[in-house]
Design a protein around this ligand. Sequence first.
Ligand code: DX5
Ligand code: ZN
Length: 226
Amino acid sequence: MSFDRSIKIAPSILSADFANFGQEIQAVEREGADWIHVDVMDGHFVPNLTFGPMAVKAFRPHVKTVMDVHLMISPVDQYIDAYADAGADILTAHVEAGPHIHRTLQAIRGAGMKAGVALNPSTPAEAVEHVLDLTDLVCVMTVNPGFGGQKFIDMTAKIRKLRALIGDRPIHIEIDGGVDPNTAPLVVDAGADVLVAGSAVFRGGSVENPSPYGENIRAIKASVAG
Ligand code: DX5
Ligand code: ZN
């Protein structure tokens, strides 16, 4: 994985057909997805429940791009090796998930993955200031985590602050929640380069009729071009 700040669309398979993940991943990649975003929820840190490491491992052979795994779980550290074994390329933990995010990021890198740190809407940019040298990606939540299809919360001031804190370090700024062709220009203008989108990518399409996935991805890209 080489680093660049080009705009990348990372469809969240939370909005895919849950009986058909392998084909959904293949379809959305064929239609132009840059990364695949996998939302892991534990029913404790967030109210919803999704994928354990066995499910993520089953997705892996279908992902030809980058498997971006977003942990919305607490505690985190005891599961890091299992998600490494499952084949995550990037593993993101929430700064709110425990008191020792520094140790968590070290452990993620130590297990051979890129390390991401996510911020809930109420958490300030400065919460990650002192761990940036251990970080490959900062995920700015633009919804309260737990569900797809929620309304975008404007975090552009936080994104600008993070962009300044990051400087020229090779760290992605990823936006997660409510991204569509209306909101994408706001966050890209503020400094984001990875756009997670669930409902805005998967709406209108299916494995049998995947072309809307491509149209949706191109619409988001077109909204931020130039
Ligand atoms: C929310 C998840 C998101 C979510 C995005 O907890 O982290 O990745 O699936 O879905 P949309 O794009 O529908 O807001
Ligand atoms: Zn996510």
